[in-house]
Structures are given as structure tokens and as C-alpha cells.
Design a protein around this ligand. Structure first.
Ligand code: ZN
Length: 240
């Protein structure tokens, strides 16, 4: 085992107040594409980059195209995916009483599917949806199986409880995430390049001396970490 992974293992063994903060990389190992990475597929079929489509303006002005992309590229892949080694390890650490919370930027349900209970989803979840007129709640199946724009009985549009571009984060979830990070003695950050707001700013709240960054490529925050591991998060978690 490599020395830096050994160090992480030691830190995990010694801690009973671990917080994990994860990004898209945690889900890509389950086969969910990072919708921010524009690949050929998107360009063949969609006229706009994902950042443009997954925005408040687009949902309002071009709902047909929003929901076509959203259902095909975001909901369907997420529902077909299975938790990987990272999800399972984190759920196990929580069950042992060592991990207090998973904070994620992902909108899929894989942490919960793996058995995690305290999951803070900064960007919301595909599982919850509501009518933008009457507020009635709907499950993800209703949205996925709808033809075109999902409609409520009242005639309103059913939208996902997901934070779109141009929309603000839920302040309650943010405050809770900050508290967990402030109180943690080991903060593991994984599968995020830490460039998308609020990831980079959130880890600044950590006050301890055991900040571990696990990401395949280097991040803009590597210099602030006490331990840096440039490997896939799932592989690292299978060893610790
Ligand atoms: Zn309604």
C-alpha cells in the first residue's frame, strides 16, 4: 500500500468524527457522466452546452428542451447506476459511528442507496420534485415517465428540487454542512476539483489538521491539504 493511503487509513482508524465532502468524481465511478463535461454526444443532439440547458432561464424559456436533456442525460443514468466502493465504504463508516455526515454536490441517490443516512445534498436531488404553481410533491418516476414537460394536475410544471445554474443554494443545508465541517477532526474531500462554488469556500471552514484530498488530478486547493492522494476515490476507499 502506498504511504499516503496508509496515512489516510491511520487517520480513519483514529477518528470518530469524520466528514466526507464529495463531488462528481464519486458518481462517475458508478457510470454517471459529469454533465459539466461537454462530450461529443451532447453536441450531436443538443444545440446548447449542458451549463446553458441546466439553468433557471432555460427551464423557464425552453422547458421542452430542458426536460428532454434532464430526463435523458441526468435522471435516467442516475437511476440506472449502482453505488460503488466509495459509497459503500462511507455508509459502513457511518454505521460504525465514525463518520458523521456525507456532504455532496451530486444530485443522484447513490449514497442513500448504499445505506448512508446523514447525506447533505448541496445541489438538491433528482428524487424530489414539486409543482411550481401549487407545490404538490412528485416522485422521480412521474417526471421520468412523463411525455415532454411533466405537468401537475393543476396545470403547473413539475420541476426537480435541484439547484440549477443561476439559482441559490438552500441556506439551511449550507449552514448544516458548515457546522459539520467546523466540528470534524478528519475531513476527506473526494472526487472534486474544488473549482465549482461552493466547494472551494466550504473547506475553508475546516479547523483541524487532517484535511485529506483524494482526486485523480490535482486541484486548485492541493496546497491547503494535509494529505493529497491523486487516485480514484473508489480505489482508495477499497484499500482503507
Ligand atoms: Zn400543481
Amino acid at each position: 500500500m502506498k504511504e499516503n493511503i496508509q496515512t489516510l487509513k491511520k487517520w480513519i482508524d483514529e477518528s470518530d468524527n469524520i466528514v466526507f465532502f464529495g463531488g462528481a468524481g464519486v458518481s462517475t465511478e458508478s457510470g454517471i457522466p459529469d454533465f459539466r463535461s461537454v462530450d461529443g454526444l451532447y453536441q450531436q443532439k443538443y444545440k446548447y452546452p449542458p451549463e446553458t440547458i441546466v439553468s433557471h432561464t432555460f427551464l423557464t424559456q425552453k422547458p421542452e428542451e430542458f426536460f428532454e436533456f434532464y430526463k435523458e442525460k441526468m435522471v435516467a443514468p442516475a437511476l440506472n447506476a449502482k453505488p460503488n466502493r466509495a459509497h459503500k465504504k462511507l455508509a459502513g463508516l457511518e454505521a460504525m459511528g465514525k463518520l458523521k455526515a456525507v456532504i455532496t454536490q451530486n444530485i443522484d441517490n447513490l449514497h442513500q442507496d448504499a445505506g448512508s443516512v446523514e447525506v447533505l445534498q448541496l445541489h438538491g436531488t433528482i428524487m424530489k420534485n414539486y409543482c411550481n404553481r401549487c407545490g404538490k410533491k412528485y416522485d422521480v418516476k412521474t417526471v421520468l415517465e412523463s411525455k415532454g414537460i411533466p405537468k401537475c394536475e393543476c396545470g403547473g410544471t413539475i420541476r426537480p428540487d435541484v439547484v440549477l445554474y443561476e439559482e441559490g443554494l438552500d441556506t439551511d443545508v449550507m449552514e448544516k454542512a458548515i457546522r459539520y465541517i467546523q466540528d470534524a477532526d478528519l475531513l476527506i474531500v473526494g472526487g472534486t476539483s474544488l473549482v465549482v462554488y461552493p466547494a472551494a469556500s466550504l473547506i475553508r471552514y475546516y479547523k483541524g489538521d487532517r484535511l485529506a484530498l483524494v482526486n485523480l488530478s490535482s486541484t486548485g486547493q492541493d496546497q491547503y491539504a494535509d494529505l493529497v492522494i491523486h487516485e480514484k476515490i473508489g480505489e482508495v476507499f477499497s484499500e482503507v
